[in-house]
Design a protein around this ligand. Structure first.
Ligand code: SF4
Length: 661
């Protein structure tokens, strides 16, 4: 029975696995023993990845909306309709009223072609993907912050770390390959510290758990920095500025603001101070916070304390939720970059891409995904689901429903395909060639093991067909040829080719091994007061703080999980909740005489809702945790807002009360 080596399509860890093939069908999965990430292991998602290819939920034919219903159509009819409608809308309203969304689940080659199609065929830089929100766009795409979301650390750095800080994330839920590395590190004696409002499954391994009040993480880091710098003589002007910026954050003040005891702040600061190679793991739970820019900036400042303080080095291992979030950014599915973060407004970039693509690159940066919703009238979505992914699900749904034309390429039904005018069936990861770029910048092969299901087609072929109809034909014989073009245009990918990737376990892209010491805004009274004003105002009427947790029930609402029978069962995705579930600490539950499983009323200053209470000691007293997947059910109590710096949608924590119904 043939086995085809490929890359897991779920999370950003990038485990290597073999697909077991019988005839034209994939029937099973086996982990690669020698692969540097999987090392002979897979998590439950990886073990059932083959079910994506054979799922009965897959789209098998193109669908066109007629009489209000999506009905089967031929490829010719569906492609002609997509091209003609996008052309008409663009011709009537100009390139700014059409746009495309790519995908952190799609391959590099698909994202590159989609971005090229938008720029060459539709004449617009309205190119984005909603999971880019994880990387806090608009802030971290600025040159001074880019190192924070262009990861330099590798998963293997966990093997040599002398301190691991797990910051508001639960690797056992979101990134199991990281969790198993943390467990092995603990066996070797590496201390682990968990910073979490809701502790994860690794809590029993952590030497210390710090539970800052929701919204106060950044102050906790100031306090840790202040305590760790105590008694050190700053050896550079930057280190001196850093010490000055956190000088107000004595452990006692840190305790008063964050709720973390001064003693614990001092203990953990001492551990940080002694560490030479600390690693801090962060996920989207950190980057979608209201003060994520300053938080990640201050976490990055911990690098000045490592390596003996001689040379700041990266300390943040930033883990993306999906398999190819890094790759989708690298491929230019971004409104202001083409590939490799090359700015669309730079003359040199414009010249290079215009020569290669045979068009004048659109001059104006495009709209971000959340701005396109509501402003764009015609859209092509490839593997993205704005309703399922954006904090403001209700607004995304209304915007998509109001579009003149919406075409979606996907393999499974989503909230977005529900309102599409045309659905084009794409190929699963097992049915196409391509590459993913993992969270730690390892470019790896995705290999075709089976033919496409029904009339489904690989996305790169669909995009080539569409480009011909849109008047600027993109023709390629294979994804390998597309990667050669990417490599020629993208300095970090210059040495990437399918032939090079087929030797060994892919290629790690070059990354900085040093960082500049960031400047903190901690000494800035104005910033502090702005941050302070945005903290939830708790009091007698609303004594608790509710926050949305991306790790809790992290994959249950995912279309890929929904498409696999075993994962639906294992992860509880079939148990659709009529009411939101909230987690509350035993201490707060006792205070309000609540029992586990009881129906409760949650009230905030903006609204109220009924929910089911899950009483647990995993949650810190004073906090109420809502799974991000259930945010739409709680929109009146915890309304989405816009990030103060970047304007991207976020879910700020809010003060609430919880009572028995
Ligand atoms: S840890 Fe991530 S990449 Fe590895 S098998 Fe699980 S989902 Fe796939």
């Amino acid at each position: 029975m043939p086995y085809v080596m490929t890359t897991c399509p779920f999370c950003g860890c990038g485990c290597g696995l073999y697909l077991e093939v019988q005839g034209q069908k994939v029937v099973g999965v086996a982990p690669s023993v020698a692969h540097p990430v999987s090392q002979g292991r897979l998590c439950v998602k990886g073990w059932h990845a083959h079910e994506l290819a054979t799922s009965p939920r897959r789209f098998r034919t193109p669908l066109v909306r007629r009489d209000g219903r999506l009905q089967e159509a031929s490829w010719e009819e569906a492609l002609d309709l997509v091209a003609s409608r996008l052309n008409e809308i663009g011709a009537a309203g100009g390139p700014s009223v059409v746009g495309v969304l790519g995908s952190a689940r799609g391959t590099n080659e698909e994202n590159y072609l989609l971005a090229k199609l938008a720029r060459c065929c539709l004449g617009t830089n309205n190119v984005d993907f909603t999971d880019r929100l994880e990387a806090l766009p608009g802030v971290f795409d600025l040159p001074q912050y880019r190192h924070l979301t262009t990861p330099s650390l590798a998963l293997s750095d966990l093997d040599t770390a002398d301190l691991i800080l797990i910051w508001q994330s639960d690797p056992s839920q979101e990134h199991p390959a990281v969790a198993s590395r943390v467990m092995r590190a603990v066996e070797r004696g590496t201390p682990v510290v968990e910073v979490a409002i809701r502790c994860g499954q690794l809590r029993s391994l952590a030497q210390h758990r710090l539970a800052p009040r929701p919204g106060t993480d950044v102050y906790l880091v100031y306090g840790l920095l202040r305590a760790a710098l105590e008694g050190r003589r700053p050896d550079t002007p930057a280190a001196e500025a850093l010490a000055a910026s956190v000088s107000d954050w004595a452990p006692e003040r840190t305790e008063a603001v964050t709720g973390v005891s001064a003693d614990l702040v001092s203990k953990v600061a001492e551990m940080i101070s002694r560490a030479h190679q600390p690693v801090i793991t962060c996920t989207r739970a950190t980057t979608v916070q209201q003060h994520a820019a300053e938080l990640l900036n201050s976490l990055s400042a911990l690098s000045c304390l490592s390596n003996g303080g001689a040379q700041p080095r990266p300390v943040i291992l930033w883990l993306s939720h999906y398999s190819n979030l890094q790759g989708a950014r690298d491929m230019g599915a971004v409104p202001y970059f083409v590939t490799g973060c090359q700015s669309v407004v730079r003359e040199e970039t414009r010249g290079k891409f215009s020569r290669s693509w045979g068009i004048d690159l659109p001059v104006e940066p495009g709209l971000a995904a959340w701005d396109m919703l509501g402003q764009v009238r015609g859209m092509l979505v490839m593997g993205d689901d704005p309703v399922g992914r954006l904090p403001d699900a209700g607004r995304a749904r209304t915007a998509l429903e109001g579009m003149e034309f919406l075409a979606v390429i996907d393999i499974f039904p989503t909230a977005t395909t529900e309102v599409a005018h045309v659905v084009l069936p794409g190929a699963s990861f097992a049915e196409k060639d391509g590459t993913f770029t993992s969270a730690d910048r390892r470019v790896q092969r995705v290999r075709q093991a089976a033919s496409s299901l029904g009339a489904a087609r690989p996305e790169w072929r669909i995009l080539c067909e569409l480009s011909r109809r849109l008047g600027h034909a993109m023709s390629y014989d294979s994804p390998s040829e597309i990667m050669d073009e990417i490599a020629a245009l993208t300095p970090p990918y210059a040495s990437v080719s399918f032939a090079a990737l087929d030797v060994g376990w892919g290629l790690r892209l070059p990354a900085a091994d040093q960082v500049a010491l960031p400047e903190l805004n901690g000494a800035d009274e104005e910033t502090q007061s702005i941050v302070h004003k945005t903290l939830p105002a708790v009091g007698v009427e609303f004594p608790l703080v509710m926050t949305a947790d991306c790790c809790l029930r992290a994959w249950v609402d995912d279309p890929m999980v929904g498409g696999t029978v075993t994962l639906r069962r294992e992860l509880g995705a079939d148990r659709a909740a009529a009411l939101p579930i909230i987690e509350i600490s035993s201490a707060d539950a006792n205070e309000s005489q609540l029992r586990d499983g009881q129906r409760v009323r949650v009230r905030s200053r903006t609204g109220e809702m009924e929910a089911v209470a899950h009483v647990t000691d995993d949650v810190s007293p004073g906090a109420v945790v809502l799974p991000f997947a259930m945010r739409e059910l709680a929109a009146e109590v915890m309304p989405p807002a816009l990030h103060p710096d970047s304007g991207v949608p976020i879910l700020p924590p809010c003060a609430v009360s919880v009572h028995k119904v």
